[in-house]
Write a protein that binds this ligand. Structure first.
Ligand code: SF4
Ligand code: SF4
Length: 398
């Protein structure tokens, strides 16, 4: 039986100039405290701040990414603009020739920052999440007094300077009845070429750190029927898109292969705020992450004893390990009975990251996502009322 490291070597692919995008979570802290958030920690949490990567460490990782051919970095969080060195990191990435995709709530976009974006553009639209169209609804979500005015100011600073951005919305009880108002406003934004994206099937806490919040988040998710009502607002278009999706053979039973996404390819990755490389933004299972900073175990990572230390594990080597994800197989009997056989797999959002956040395992079916996928399939006429995507006759017929 080959050892893990032998298996990793066997499946390793040379990482040359092939890193497409790097996601960098600059901090998990946020100046909002959104009722549905899967990651945020308090903005002034000193312990968390002390564990975050230093400016030098982040620059080192950016440099390594550039050496691997990376042309685009996503700065995300928490709220990435909370970092006092944001401007320095932004300029560093831009000077390396990278486009910078910024995910932000826009509250900390100042005149100075907007001027900087005007002078040295990010080269890709800034993405702003909107939590409400009025102070009442926005702040009922963000739980941060004054946040609506700051968000609105940030947006207008960008508009005044013609800095491209797009907006998306988290649909939550306080703002659900503002959908039309939001869409009407979104249409006025010059860079919105299509309908805004919505979040409504919210993730649980990525770090499995707050059971009470998880229960609250789960209660705010759209029901399967509500999800369909939103997806199929333009019914003819929705049906056409889904039929095309199916015709392109994006659907089909995956067998016991655990990862069925791009994470295994090693062409992208995410480094969290403490220097751990993850296969993607959602996947935080410790056994699938690699500490780039000091090789210490979970919970000890971060700046280490020397705040000026540089990453000790090279991004190239760490990324080279991810192709071994191809090899991982599901073992949960329920996964093998259902997901492994299910022709809805391409439609369903079930994946190892979501399974881990929900259940602490990589391969337990997520019942909520299963219900959403089945409701869609029934709506589209792909399944009858009492039929399931994993039944043999379904696979054979479809
Ligand atoms: S603004 Fe984003 S990161 Fe901050 S609390 Fe809200 S959802 Fe979380
Ligand atoms: S629909 Fe259900 S059984 Fe099918 S892949 Fe999703 S979670 Fe698994």
């Amino acid at each position: 039986m080959p050892t893990y490291h032998q298996r990793v070597k066997q499946f390793q692919k040379p990482i040359g100039s092939q890193l497409g995008q790097l996601d960098l979570e600059l901090t998990e802290r946020c100046n909002n405290d959104c009722i549905h958030c899967c990651i945020n920690l308090p903005a002034h949490d000193a312990n968390t701040r002390a564990r975050e990567m230093t400016t030098a460490q982040i620059k080192d990782i950016l440099h390594q990414a550039a050496d691997l051919g990376c042309l685009r970095v996503r700065f995300t969080g928490g709220e990435p603009l909370l970092r006092p060195d944001f401007e320095e990191l932004y300029l560093f990435a831009r000077r390396l020739g990278m486009k910078v995709l910024l995910f932000t709530n826009a509250r900390l976009i100042t005149e100075h920052l907007a001027d900087l974006f005007a002078r040295i553009p990010p080269r890709v639209e800034i993405e702003i999440t909107v939590y409400g169209m009025t102070r009442e609804s926005y702040e009922a979500v963000s739980r941060a007094p004054g946040s609506f005015a700051q968000f609105w100011r940030g947006v207008h600073l960008l508009l005044e300077r013609n800095i491209p951005f797009i907006v998306k919305q988290s649909l939550l009880p306080p703002n659900r009845n503002e959908l039309d108002q939001f869409e009407a406003w979104a249409k006025t934004i010059p860079w919105m070429k299509k309908r805004p994206g919505y979040a409504m099937n919210f993730d649980l806490r990525n770090r499995r750190d707050d059971e009470a919040k998880n229960r609250a988040v789960a209660a705010m998710r759209f029901s399967p029927d509500e999800t369909i009502a939103l997806l199929a607002r333009d019914e003819a278009k929705y049906r056409k898109n889904m039929d095309e999706f199916r015709a392109k053979k994006f659907m089909g039973a995956p067998g016991d292969k655990l990862f069925n996404c791009g994470a295994c390819a090693g062409r992208s990755g995410c480094v969290d705020a403490y220097g751990r490389l993850q296969p993607c933004m959602g996947m935080r299972a410790p056994e699938l992450t690699i500490d780039l900073l000091n090789g210490k175990g979970e919970g000890e990572q971060g700046r280490g004893e020397d705040p000026t230390n540089h990453p000790t594990t090279k991004l190239r080597d760490a990324l080279g390990n991810f192709p071994a994800l191809h090899e991982l197989r599901a073992t949960s009997p329920e996964y093998l009975r259902r997901c492994a056989q299910c022709f809805l797999k391409g439609l369903c959002e079930q994946c190892p990251a979501k399974a881990w956040a929900e259940t602490g395992t990589l391969d337990t079916p997520v019942e909520y996502l299963c219900a959403v996928a089945h409701a869609q399939a029934r709506y589209l006429g792909w399944l009858g009322e009492n039929e399931y995507g994993w039944e043999k006759k379904m696979r054979d017929e479809r």
